[in-house]
Ligand binder design. Sequence first.
Ligand code: NDP
Length: 342
Amino acid sequence: MGDMSEPAPLKWGLIGASDIAQTLMIPALRRMHQDILGLASNNADHAADFATRNEIPSQHGDFGLGRLLENPDIDAVYVSSTNEHHLAHAEAAAAAGKHVLCEKPLSVDLESARRITAVCATHGVVLGVNHHLPAAGTHRTVRELVRDGAIGRVLSVNVRHTSLLPERLRGWRLSDRPGAGVVMDLSCHDASVVNPLLGTRALETVAITVRQGRWETASEDASAAVIRYEDDVLVRLHDAFTTPNTPTYLEVHGDGGSIVANDVMTPEPIGTVLLRTERGDTEVDVPDRRHPYDVTIEYFARAVGGDGRPVVDGQDAVNALAVCQSILDSAHTGTRVPVDFQ
Ligand code: NDP
């Protein structure tokens, strides 16, 4: 991920007039000089406002998915509808020959997530998933330290991914809809980080999920999980919508030292990486401070051009979802649950 040159711009359609599109993806697409040609949404009035606010070309008031996918100029779509719609939207886009950059989690269950990867493969379109954390320079630096043996044999990983869910996002995430809850929202990010960091299979999970916020919620808003990976590596994930001002971190502990990456479970290109060994503490330089969304777009656009692969592809996202599913199943049944990892 060191090449700073930009790939050729793609022509994009957006599916979902979402908060994440407006706040993070559209600005990133524009920073990367990508062209946004249109928008599909469920709600024409909301979509019309959204299109105006975000300077998306007028489509004569037609924000239907069919209209967007009929546009032969569109190369790729960004799917940021709510999670239960990702399957239908990705399938329709792939069938229309559009490359798909889909929001995380890839879908609401493993079967439908696998179906998305299969459909994209059948239609020969690239599937990337916006698990943006693995694209961050901090996370890449941690992966390189581990790969280079800086802390010896890895024994455990701890992730704290906690904050207070902003008021504007307290909608479907706290509902009983499929894909709601903190595990699908945040633990899936953690798994997208830990899986490639360890490069081994997640084997089994024990977890407890709770509802601890000062709000009405039909789904879990905090979760603590322990996952055993191959070679008896222990991974602990603490995810919450409920704790304001909690610093996030990723720690990796080995038999030769530890890596402590503070403030790195965030979309912003911030955070520090500290290496602690018997020689003392060293703050490790993070050479790549680009926005993770920019890196995600760059790799996706290159992959569309036949060069390399997205930072997170469909299979990676399916495995992140497999970890989430095991957390939810363990919390639900009160038992250890195997991870359906591939
Ligand atoms: P929002 O509630 O803001 O947006 C969801 C959008 O889905 C709505 O704008 C709605 O559009 C659209 N939608 C719902 N049904 C349909 C439909 N049938 N057809 C077309 N569009 C539909 O959600 P968020 O921005 O909070 O989240 C959107 C996605 O992005 C989720 O998958 C979420 O997990 C992911 N996300 C990822 C983040 C990351 O860190 N990578 C961070 C935040 C979110 P309309 O109202 O116009 O119908």
